[in-house]
Design a protein around this ligand. Structure first.
Ligand SMILES: Nc1ncnc2c1ncn2[C@@H]1O[C@H](COP(=O)(O)OP(=O)(O)O)[C@@H](O)[C@H]1O
Ligand SMILES: [Mg+2]
Length: 270
């Protein structure tokens, strides 16, 4: 059966490695896009269920999530919740190993599940759907790539991350290219420390190699870890920090890629 074409943009935050900042990027792009006046639905497609640490107003209400809906334990209204900065959060939910295997089998048997589900939500076209994904190949990444119009590949400015780019590109080629609504796969370099020579060199190499595919840079910033420890996003924790500004710039670039605007989007201070 043909997959439904969605009216609202879907942005998938992806990457081959864990710990590079995918969840941090998904959360902070989400709140920055919401601050830019967009409605945002942030969906956690990672069984770690960690997006809630950044976005949930009530973390104890994240047990159910999309896993609970798939298991028939809840409906969508129960699974979704209002999150930080006006972002609507759909957590992954808490799940044990056996249920996770069942759920992954379900997703493998129904490759268009996410596309069909989002089509049924009938979200207005100005809503941006943001997907957080686990590292590397998985049924979750397949679901995300089958529906994403923009892929945001998150990498660190080190040689290891650089080397993983072809793996991610192959996944994007397989699931995204050829779809009429696919826009691009862009790269966000996270945790850049301009004081480190290797960081500067890798960043320069990435700029050269990626050209316009480089979405932006987020610096290594203490405010990011502190915001997480305070269960909030960086802009609400430290609005004038380097990282908060970086996320605003990256969100602006996301909006530019989704629909080139006549005037650059104004992103308010929270
Ligand atoms: N720009 C940054 N500056 C400082 N710490 C960061 C930055 N981005 C991410 N981190 C930290 O790195 C760790 C891993 O981030 P996370 O978003 O969970 O990665 P992933 O989702 O890729 O596994 C977290 O402790 C997070 O606070
Ligand atoms: Mg993560």
């Amino acid at each position: 059966m043909a997959q439904a074409l969605l009216t609202m943009p879907v942005v998938a935050v992806i990457g081959a490695k864990g710990g590079v900042g995918k969840t941090t990027v998904a959360a902070n792009l989400g709140t920055s896009l919401a601050d830019a006046g967009r409605s945002v639905l942030a969906i956690d497609l990672d069984p770690q269920n960690a997006l809630r640490f950044h976005l949930a107003l009530d973390r104890t209400a994240c047990e159910c999530g999309l896993a609970g809906v798939l298991a028939g334990r809840a409906n969508w209204a129960q699974a979704m919740q209002s999150g930080r900065g006006g972002v609507v959060l759909l957590p992954f939910g808490a799940i044990d190993d056996e249920h996770q295997i069942d759920l992954e089998r379900q997703l493998a048997d129904h490759p268009g599940w996410l596309a069909d589900t989002l089509a049924r939500f009938r979200l207005p076209p100005e809503t941006v759907v943001l997907l957080d994904t686990p590292p590397g190949p998985s049924v979750y990444l397949q679901q995300a790539l089958r529906v994403a119009q923009l892929g945001v590949v998150t990498v660190l400015p080190d040689a290891g991350s650089f080397a993983t780019l072809p793996l991610v590109d192959r996944m994007v080629d397989k699931y995204c290219r050829g779809r009429p609504d696919f826009i691009a796969s862009v790269c966000l370099v996270n945790q850049v420390d301009a004081g480190k020579r290797l960081n500067r060199d890798v960043l320069q190499a990435l700029r050269h190699e990626l050209g316009d595919r480089l979405l932006g840079v987020v610096h290594q910033d203490q405010a990011v870890c502190e915001a997480l420890a305070s269960a909030t996003d960086v802009r609400r924790y430290a609005p004038f920090s380097q990282a908060a500004d970086d996320f605003v710039q990256c969100a602006r670039q996301v909006l530019r890629r989704l629909a080139p605007p006549a005037h650059p989007a104004e992103i308010r201070r929270p």
